[in-house]
Design a protein. Structure first.
Ligand code: SF4
Length: 468
């Protein structure tokens, strides 16, 4: 199935695309299935089993709450983050939930939400939903897999789409794109054959699904949502949820930077502080369960907004930012992310953090090179450098929370992306390691990585940092 830029950038909630957004979509999909196949009235209770990484780090990543909200009919892009706590409190107090907001069924987490250490066969992030009648007989069962970046597939490997109604002008997914590509080499070949940039190739393909005006409207909505996450992150103080009581730092950092602007004149690297700020603000907002854009995952949600803010706030002269530049940035990042989605993985549970922050760094590097006037070859080179120096990066979230090392790691990913773009722009696009080769290497490295380094919190920092 072809992947759209809007499959890679989705407005949702934190803290995790694979452990929060995907399970919410799966829960709602199962409830929709019950509604269509049986009628909700036939259902007396629902049981959910979480497998593998969803079991190991699910509570810290909000998977337990996400499946309940999904069964209750909520969607990650529409739920008001402020309504989550009251909705969960109501389910816990009543020992029941309203399937699709309509039909009350028995539900206590102790009895109906089961954590299984083993993994299901298709992917480490497996879920199995069961619906039972009043005699305890099984009426229906479904397996789903949250395969990274909020993408969900069923047991047959078929993509499960969020049940949101199609947006105006959306023709649905299908074949027949004007400029199809699955690899970096194919994207370059499309650019060479047509004279289009990667952003223009992507824009033409998007028009298979929606009008050019609708593409622009949705891209600007993504940009506004990213900017909103930075703003809210910079305005929020206090501590993040969880037993580590991690202090939110973005507000204090913004205060420091804004209150001494003259310091920037003496320190040519003060721009790095601002990029760090943008990334940390988004990832603190994500860790707090707030509204962010999956880009291409929630754990890595800060990298692309940080580099895009760098472009908007710091670039001057020939490549001065404007709305066209923002659209080109997101389209180029989407074109690169699509290649990773098609050939590798966006899941920390499958390939470690190289598949999350590593991919976001690669996407941001290529996108920045594009809006700085890079050729398709330089853009491909920037994306390749952005991944090459993230190869082997493990996923070891302390306490199973998307906080340490995730928040700072996004800041590091953003800075690395800016450097990758600059290195590529100083060259002529000719280089030894292709983007396709580095993606293949990333996937092989992820397959060789021990599972304790793949979003299980059983290795790395997760076992060497003591929770308070
Ligand atoms: S370490 Fe990386 S992959 Fe793991 S949860 Fe954090 S951001 Fe995601």
């Amino acid at each position: 199935m072809p992947v759209s830029v809007f499959d890679l950038f989705k407005i949702g909630i934190g803290p995790s695309s694979s452990h929060t957004v995907g399970p919410m979509i799966a829960g709602r999909q199962f409830a929709c299935h019950l509604q269509d196949a049986l009628g909700l009235q036939a259902v007396h209770s629902v049981t959910v089993e979480l497998f593998g990484s969803l079991s190991a780090t699910g509570v810290g990543h909000g998977t337990d709450k996400a499946v309940l909200l999904g069964l209750a009919g909520h969607e990650p892009d529409r739920i008001d983050p402020d309504q989550i706590a009251p909705a969960i409190a109501d389910i816990r107090a009543s020992g029941s939930l309203l399937l699709m907001g309509q039909h009350r069924v028995a539900f206590t987490e102790k009895e109906h939400l089961l954590f299984r250490r083993k993994s299901l066969p298709l992917h480490p992030n497996g879920m199995c939903f069961h619906a039972l009648d009043s005699a305890g007989a099984e009426l229906a069962t479904r397996e789903y897999y949250s395969v990274g970046g909020g993408f969900v597939v069923d047991a047959a490997g078929e993509r499960v789409l969020n049940h949101a109604p199609a947006l105006p002008g959306t023709a649905g997914h299908g074949q027949g794109l004007p400029h199809p590509f699955r690899t970096g080499a194919e994207l370059l070949a499309q650019c060479q054959a047509t004279g289009l940039s990667p952003a223009q190739v992507m824009a033409a393909n998007e028009q298979h699904w929606r009008s050019s005006a609708e593409v622009r409207r949705q891209l600007m909505a993504i940009w506004q949502a990213m900017a909103g996450a930075v703003r809210r992150g910079c305005a929020s103080t206090g501590h993040l949820p969880g037993p580590m009581h991690v202090r939110r730092r973005a507000a204090e950092l913004q205060h420091q930077l804004s209150s001494a602007p003259e310091a920037a004149l003496r320190d040519p690297l003060s721009m790095l502080d601002w990029v760090n700020l943008y990334a940390m603000a988004v990832n603190e907002e994500n860790a707090a369960g707030g509204r962010v854009v999956t880009a291409p995952t929630n754990g890595a949600a800060g990298v692309i907004p940080a580099v895009l803010h760098y472009y908007v706030n710091f670039i001057q002269g020939t490549h001065k930012p404007n709305e066209d530049g923002i659209a080109d940035f997101l389209l180029t990042a989407g074109a690169i992310g699509l290649i990773y989605k098609e050939n590798a993985s966006l899941s920390g549970a499958e390939v470690g953090c190289q598949g999350e922050v590593g991919v976001a760094c690669s996407m941001a590097a290529g996108a920045l090179a594009a809006v700085m006037g890079g050729t398709p070859e330089q853009i491909e080179n920037a994306a390749e450098i952005g991944m090459e120096h993230n190869l082997g990066m493990t996923c070891d979230p302390v306490g199973g929370l998307v906080q340490i090392p995730c928040i700072e790691r996004n800041a590091m990913g953003a800075i690395k992306a800016i450097n990758a773009a600059r290195m590529a722009l100083r060259g002529d696009g000719q280089h030894v390691v292709s983007l396709d080769k580095v993606i293949k290497t990333m996937m092989q490295t992820g397959a060789d990585m021990k599972s304790k380094y793949k979003e299980t919190s059983r290795g790395g920092l997760a076992v060497n940092v003591v929770e308070c």
